[in-house]
Design a protein around this ligand. Structure first.
Ligand code: HEC
Length: 119
């Protein structure tokens, strides 16, 4: 009797955990409506090497030459925390001072995105 009632509790518990994890992942990566600029960046195949060059010129003063973090956070595995669109918005919004607003064209943004996803 006891075994059966334990299972009855454990199975829905596991299902709830899975459901909770899924909804967290979804809310974490829900981007809302994308702008034309964001869609254009996502449609562009970025170049990792060009992205690294741009990163060293524009970002490494704060994030470190190897993106290991300094004034700004370590960007390794940022792709696990933020969606592509959230990364684009982080870079072009200027909403998180002291990080400035960067006005990159679609190709430059796609290149930086490729670099950040490669590390
Ligand atoms: C003046 C310093 C500075 C410069 C230059 C800078 N950043 Fe940042 N960056 C920051 C700081 C500080 C944060 C943390 C902001 C926060 O979330 O409060 C940050 C956050 C980020 C994040 C989000 C990190 C995370 O863990 O969610 C990304 C991605 C990022 N920066 C990319 C870039 C890129 C790409 C460039 C160059 C185009 C750049 N940054 C240039 C200071 C800087």
């Amino acid at each position: 009797m006891f075994k059966i009632s334990a299972k009855v509790l454990i199975v829905p518990g596991i299902l709830l955990l899975i459901a909770g994890g899924t909804s967290f992942a979804l809310s974490n990566f829900s981007d809302g409506a994308k702008t034309d600029y964001e869609n254009a960046v996502l449609a562009t195949a970025g170049d990792v090497h060009a992205g690294r060059v741009l990163f060293n010129a524009n970002c490494s003063a704060c994030h470190g030459t190897e993106a290991n973090g300094w004034i700004g956070p370590n960007l390794h595995s940022v792709k696990a925390r933020k969606s592509d669109v959230a990364i684009i918005r982080q870079i072009d919004s200027g909403l998180t001072p002291p990080m400035p607003k960067f006005e990159l064209n679609e190709r430059q943004m796609a290149d930086i995105l490729s670099y950040l996803k490669s590390i």
